[in-house]
Design a protein around this ligand. Structure first.
Ligand code: ATP
Ligand code: MG
Length: 461
């Protein structure tokens, strides 16, 4: 029975969406044969599950939370599915609110926690995004009823490891697709025929990478094989959908592995075409250093701003574009500004970067050529710039990657730690060397705080 799922998924998700559907029967794993205990489930999620159950509805936990619990990871959130309609869910709880338009979900609040409750979803709609379309790829309207049975809900899910259900009625797990085996084997397998499922929703390709990196799971060969060829389909995903997925990708705590996998499958090229086209070895080192840095910060519970990530990911494209303008005789600052506008405008047609982030990206870039110019009262002003810290971190990465010679970064490290008098000394010590005009620092050996002048030419790089 279970072996047949891929075949009939194909049939269902293909043209004939209806009459003769055969649905998988779950393997039911009773409470005494699996390790998930109610103690591991959040209070709010239990309240929602019991609330629905007491009101006479079916209620299950589903997806990532079960996968994580079985893998020994603390789930970020607990998702609930039910046969109650959104209206019925809303009526069942005091603090519930329907969200979404086409496929409506209910947010139920208990204290600080919000539990997302979805009604079992029917098969037949290809598009996962929350818009008002109800069309297949051919454009014909599929069906009006978006709600279905638990079997249909299971078939719609992406990976088998995300298609496990926990029934609050008897605490049993419902496994429709060999999910338990795959979780145990740490194996990512798409539900159904992989190529079909990727075509249906290319975002599943980057989800494969995200889960592989985050969980350390292997991508099953049949699920992996189509990635190489289908990666360009990423270009067709509505940009609005990609920003959130992008953040989840790079903020999973495993950004280094994520980058590697994205590049291996050609997904990086599809997501960041302008950067991919011009990547040099030092760019590659910059991106890797940035991912390492991001993972380290997350491990230390330090904040990571999406703007910083995009500043890094688009930097190679920016530099290449700026170089073109410089070749055409544009002054550096003008060239930078123009290139920044162009690179961001092109990227947002791929991934919708909200303006509140893209403006910060531009500030980080804009500060790069300014950081080496520390004369007079410039250093004192720069250090109070709201983006100074991000720009300084960025400069350190560029030095680490060997894009620019080290020196300026260390100077700023010292400057930030120094008291007022020392700071003045540091700036005075710069006096003997001319301010850098090229914006790339002097490329000289690191200058120590107390060193004065140092006789040589004032050679800015
Ligand atoms: P995480 O813990 O990283 O959030 P998750 O599995 O909960 O992982 P979500 O993006 O929150 O991932 O999605 C919740 C569930 O919805 C998934 O477990 C999966 O069953 C289903 N799902 C999400 N996106 C898709 C998709 N593009 N196609 C099919 N099913 C999906
Ligand atoms: Mg989730």
């Amino acid at each position: 029975m279970l072996r047949k799922i891929p075949a009939f998924l194909n049939r269902l998700i293909g043209r004939d969406n209806g009459a003769t559907m055969r649905l998988p029967e779950p393997v039911i794993i009773p409470r005494d044969q699996h390790p998930i205990s109610r103690k591991q489930i959040s209070r709010a999620a239990l309240n929602v599950l019991y609330g629905l159950h007491d009101a006479g509805f079916e209620a299950f936990l589903v997806g990532g939370c079960l996968r994580d619990l079985l893998t020994g990871i603390q789930p970020k959130d607990f998702d609930v599915v039910t046969n109650a309609t959104p209206e019925e869910v809303e009526r069942t709880f005091r603090r519930a609110r329907i969200i979404g338009r086409r496929f409506r979900l209910v947010h139920v609040r208990f204290g600080p926690e919000v539990i997302e409750v979805a009604t079992f979803r029917a098969l037949g709609e290809a598009d996962e995004s929350d818009d008002d379309r109800r069309h297949s790829h051919g454009g014909q309207i599929l069906r009006d009823n978006v709600y279905g049975s638990i079997e249909e809900d299971a078939l719609r899910r992406d990976f088998t490891v995300n298609a496990l259900y926990y029934n609050i009625a008897d605490f049993a797990l419902y496994d429709f697709a060999g999910s338990m085996d795959d979780i145990k084997a740490r194996r990512l397998r798409l539900m159904g025929d992989p190529a079909t499922r990727y075509r249906e929703d290319p975002v599943r390709m980057i989800r494969a990478v995200r889960f592989a990196a985050k969980l350390g799971f292997d991508i099953d060969p049949a699920t992996e094989a189509p990635l190489y060829e289908l990666a360009p389909l990423m270009g067709q995903v509505p940009p609005a959908r990609l920003f959130d997925e992008m953040l989840k990708l790079f903020l999973s705590g495993q950004a280094q592995d994520t980058l590697k996998l994205l590049q291996e499958y050609g997904l990086f090229d599809a997501l960041f075409p302008a950067t991919a086209e011009v990547m040099t070895e030092s760019d590659q080192r910059l991106l890797e250093a940035a991912m390492r840095n991001t993972d380290r910060r997350l491990a230390q519970d330090k904040p990571v701003t999406p703007a910083f990530l995009f500043a890094v990911l688009l930097w190679p494209a920016l530099r290449a574009r700026q170089a073109l303008h410089l070749d055409n005789g544009m002054p550096p600052a003008v060239a930078l500004n123009k290139a920044a506008g162009q690179v961001i405008a092109e990227q947002v047609s791929q991934i919708a970067i909200p303006r509140r982030f893209s403006s910060v990206v531009r500030e980080i870039w804009d500060l790069q050529p300014r950081l080496p110019r520390r004369h007079g009262n410039r250093a004192g002003q720069l250090v109070t710039h709201p983006r100074f810290r991000a720009a300084y971190d960025f400069l350190l990465l560029r030095e680490e990657a060997g894009e620019i010679a080290p020196g300026v970064g260390q100077w700023w490290t010292d400057y930030q730690e120094a008291d007022e008098d020392t700071r003045e000394d540091m700036v005075r010590a710069l006096g003997k060397t001319a301010p850098s005009s090229g914006g790339e620092g002097s490329g000289r050996k690191r200058r120590r705080r107390r060193r004065r002048g140092g006789g040589g030419s004032g050679g800015a790089g």
